[in-house]
Design a protein around this ligand. Structure first.
Ligand code: BTN
Length: 257
């Protein structure tokens, strides 16, 4: 379980981890703490969630003992547009950390699906909260399926979801997996603060598992189609469209075609 060394001159963030047996949503709990002015570095982790939230208004299946569900509070001293890049940074940290466990690599699908063999292993929900700052808070929520079997997943995601165990990877206890991911998050957050987004962007491209493949992105009634060409410096997805035109997707979800 290799963890990257911190960039020189960077003390590790003092993570303060609070573990709960049950939470509604760890993001909701942390957003509330952020509004009340909590300092960066607080982590709320739960062994299960009753109202786990995913991207685009979906729920996040969070049964007891089968997954890791946690949220971290960061306050990057950056303008909002740059702070939003933390969603991609959290994906890099999680994919890299989980890839270091024995077994097949964990890849990224834009914006931040964690995947093994094209099946969803986990996801990230980043939310921005200016109240309680400055600096504004970014709450990065991470959900990883650790031990679920095929039949444990709800019917609507069965066949498209996986867990570390199901994917043939080592599946440490939730506490150990959390420490691993926090070490990687710490490293990439420091890189971002010291150097900017470019190294994160480069690493994201290395971890992306559908580079060069045909894909479509639907957002606000429009569908962009092309070959996945990476991300730009603002975190937008680049698609190489017909006649070599480069298209940029700001939000939405990639549908493989
Ligand atoms: C996605 O849709 O891919 C994002 C899923 C994010 C789930 C995590 S679990 C911990 C944190 N609390 C939540 O309610 N959601 C995030």
């Amino acid at each position: 379980m290799a963890a990257p060394a911190l960039p020189p001159g960077s003390p590790a963030l003092a993570w303060r981890v609070e573990w709960l047996d049950v939470a509604g949503s760890t993001n909701d709990l942390l957003l509330e703490r952020a509004r009340r002015g909590e300092a960066e570095g607080l982590v709320i982790a739960a062994r299960s969630q009753t109202r786990g939230r995913g991207r685009r208004g979906r729920g996040w299946h969070s049964p007891p003992g089968a997954g890791l569900y946690f949220s971290v509070l960061l306050r990057p001293p950056k303008p909002p547009a740059e702070a939003r890049l933390l969603t991609l940074l959290a994906g890099v940290a999680a994919a890299e950390g989980l890839s270091s466990l024995a077994g097949p690599p964990v890849g990224l699908k834009w914006p931040n699906d964690l995947r093994v063999h094209r099946k969803k292993l986990g996801g990230i929900l980043c939310e921005y909260e200016p109240q309680g700052g400055p600096p504004p808070a970014v709450v990065a929520g991470v959900g990883v399926n650790l031990t679920g079997e095929e039949t444990d997943f709800p019917a609507e995601i069965r066949g498209r979801a996986t867990s570390l165990r199901l994917a043939g990877k080592a599946a440490p206890e939730a506490e150990e997996t959390l420490s691993l991911l926090l070490r990687h998050l710490d490293f990439w957050y420091k890189v971002f603060l010291n150097t900017g987004f470019e190294p994160v962007r480069t690493r994201w491209m290395e971890l992306c598992d559908n580079l060069g493949e045909e894909a479509a992105v639907s957002a606000e009634g429009e569908t962009l189609r092309g070959k996945v060409a990476g991300i730009d410096g603002s975190g937008r997805l680049l698609l190489q469209g017909a006649e070599g035109r480069l298209l940029r997707a700001e939000a939405g979800e990639v549908i493989e075609t």
